[in-house]
Design a protein around this ligand. Structure first.
Ligand code: P6P
Length: 336
């Protein structure tokens, strides 16, 4: 008898595709291409301490951040595994200044893929969890190599989004707008296996996540929020502080346990630090699909019309009621 308890990601993708008889299968295959790229990246991450790929590469990325060697390897792997498949028309990476339109000889397809190939990689030399984040849009330009406008779409238009977290295990979480599903890499079979179908984030969470070393830069509203989470207004909003400094790890914990992650604009970063296209938008799609919320403090992240590929945004994401409490507090204290 087939073992129905072993639901690999391939089986799950195919089951999901069967729900849409009209589907061409291109999105399913693209998601599998990303899962395959993630396995290769996971192999490098798991060996990093053993071969010379720890530490910084020679270049810096568009933000002037020194690229870690693993960033470069992950970026190249994503491009090598996805760009030639005929399923994408353009790829944009947090690590590349300009997007990569797929050349005509690769038969450009109908999707645009934006990704942060290895977010949090500066933590990796210390064995902290890091992750790949991806966002998929349907192209809006006609056939041929994709164009910038295929990338600069509102998050609400995404057809899929997800992340792969390289931590104590390798976990892939994604949504195509029909719930959020999590898989863990089973090294004995070399496959991602379904562990958490239809994840729902608790409306009120256990944790709040923010880098408190920047508190001198915060608005009065965020100071009030954090003070409430520390118990200043009684037990109503008291939470535990958890901040890893690796977005995928902080997000994943709050997705499962409930909580709110905040990376606000502050006096030194008027647009915050995190990137709209590669971090905030894909995670916001996941958060909303799991019953949570994501905003820039005033409006849903998914409704922001991007104007530049590498633009940053303040980010408030996680449990729906917690996000609403933060938005309400900063509106009251800082003004709407
Ligand atoms: P800070 C990692 O560098 C990253 O881009 C995210 O993964 C993380 O959430 C954030 O920056 C941490 O930034 O300023 O708190 O070190």
């Amino acid at each position: 008898m087939p073992d129905s308890t072993v639901v690999t990601i391939e089986r799950f993708f195919l089951e999901q595709e069967r729900l849409h008889p009209q589907a061409s299968g291109d999105l399913t295959q693209l998601l599998y291409d990303i899962a395959l790229a993630s396995k290769i990246i996971s192999g490098y991450v798991r060996r990093a301490g053993l071969v010379d790929i720890l530490g910084a590469a020679s270049d810096t990325n568009v933000y002037g951040e020194r690229q870690q060697k693993l960033d470069v390897i992950a970026n190249d792997t994503m491009k090598q595994m996805i760009s030639w498949t005929g399923r994408v028309c353009i790829m944009a990476s947090e690590e590349d200044e300009v997007p990569f339109p797929i050349p005509a000889e690769f038969n450009p397809g109908k999707y645009a893929v934006l990704h942060d190939p290895l977010d949090g990689s500066s933590n990796f030399d210390f064995n902290v969890s890091i992750g790949t984040i991806f966002s998929i849009h349907r192209r809006i330009t006609e056939a041929g190599p994709g164009r910038l406008e295929d990338c600069l779409q509102k998050g609400r238009n995404q057809v899929a989004a997800g992340y792969v977290m390289h931590g104590s295990s390798t976990v892939l979480v994604y949504t195509t707008g029909e719930g959020v599903h999590a898989f863990t890499m089973d090294p004995t079979i070399g496959e991602f296996r379904l562990i958490n179908p239809d994840i729902r984030i608790p409306a009120v969470g256990k944790y709040y996540s923010i880098n408190e070393s920047y508190s001198d830069r915060w608005s009065d509203g965020y100071r009030r929020v954090v003070s409430s989470f520390k118990g200043s207004d009684g037990a109503d909003h008291k939470k535990n502080a958890r901040y890893i400094g690796s977005l995928v790890a902080d997000f994943h914990r709050n997705l499962l346990a409930g909580g709110v992650f905040m990376y606000p604009a502050d006096s030194e970063s008027p647009q915050g630090k995190l990137r709209l296209m590669y971090e905030a938008s894909p995670l916001a799609f996941i958060a909303e699909q799991a019953g949570g919320a994501a905003s820039d403090g005033r409006r849903p992240v998914l409704d922001i019309q991007p104007t530049a590929l590498h633009q940053r945004t303040p980010l408030l994401i996680g449990s729906k009621d917690d996000v609403a409490f933060v938005e309400k507090t900063i509106a009251e204290v800082d003004g709407a």
